[in-house]
Design a protein around this ligand. Structure first.
Ligand SMILES: [Cu+2]
Length: 245
């Protein structure tokens, strides 16, 4: 064998063996590792607001606001059983906002009813209504609001009253915030046959007929799932998240 032939054989061997390992995956390109995701932000897909009954003062605290886009939580006084004049507002960023303090143009009065309503922002960061900053509505065209009342010792006494809807196949709102130990009375506008079930709190009420009232007292704090236990309904979207503080 000439020198030239030896070199040709060596080159063929190197290329052949190298190719074999490449095909077998025996050689792996260096992997650049991505830093782990550190954010726990949950994407907000639906606007919601929850205000609990509270004592009188010069501001109110809105327990929970979830906004898809930045906007306002606006406090209306009662105007004959529905939201009347505005007595305060607070600008909020998109996402989950807890215990939002809204300063008011007057002190709240014992036993009065107030409404915390979500409004959009037209982009100028100034609350204008009537104007561009209209109330936000849910998928069914209902204004997103939470009715609450002012009373001394609200947390110890009266049940928190909430309106919800249940239908094929969703609950509205999809998030609730309640206080541990404060009784709650939920009136469902219902269509179809469903249940309102919270395993951790021992709640399992059937919902049938047009209007159903469910009463319970959250016995512990935490974040719990509420869902419809009719087979297949939860999977199709009858599920929500309850936070008990
Ligand atoms: Cu159902």
């Amino acid at each position: 064998m000439s020198n030239k032939t030896v070199w040709v054989v060596i080159v063929l061997l190197v290329v052949g063996v190298g190719g074999y390992f490449l095909l077998r995956g025996g050689y792996q390109a260096p992997v650049t590792t991505q830093p782990p995701e550190t954010t726990t932000e949950v994407a907000i897909t639906e606007n919601s607001v929850t205000a609990n009954d509270q004592g009188p003062g010069e501001s109110v605290t809105v327990a929970s606001v979830e906004l898809v886009d930045s906007g306002y939580v606006v406090v209306h006084e009662d105007g004959g059983g529905k939201p009347g004049p505005v007595i305060g507002n607070s600008e909020l960023l998109s996402g989950r906002n807890s215990d939002v303090v809204v300063s008011l143009s007057r002190s709240t009065l014992e036993e009065e009813v107030l409404y915390a309503m979500l409004h959009s922002d037209d982009g100028d960061g100034v609350y204008e209504f009537p104007g561009e900053d209209a109330p936000l509505k849910d998928d069914s065209g209902v204004v997103v609001l939470s009715k609450f009342s002012i009373s001394e010792g609200a947390a110890e006494q009266g049940a928190k009253e909430i309106s919800m809807s249940s239908s094929n196949f969703s609950f509205s709102p999809k998030t609730l915030t309640l206080k541990e130990g404060q009784p709650v009375k939920i009136t469902f506008a219902n269509s179809g046959t469903h249940t309102f079930t919270i395993d951790e709190l021992g709640v399992n009420e059937s919902l049938s007929g047009g209007s159903v009232t469910v009463e319970f007292t959250p016995s512990k704090s935490g974040t719990f799932e509420y869902y419809c236990a009719v087979p297949g309904h939860k999977e199709r979207g009858m599920i929500g998240s309850l936070t008990v503080n």
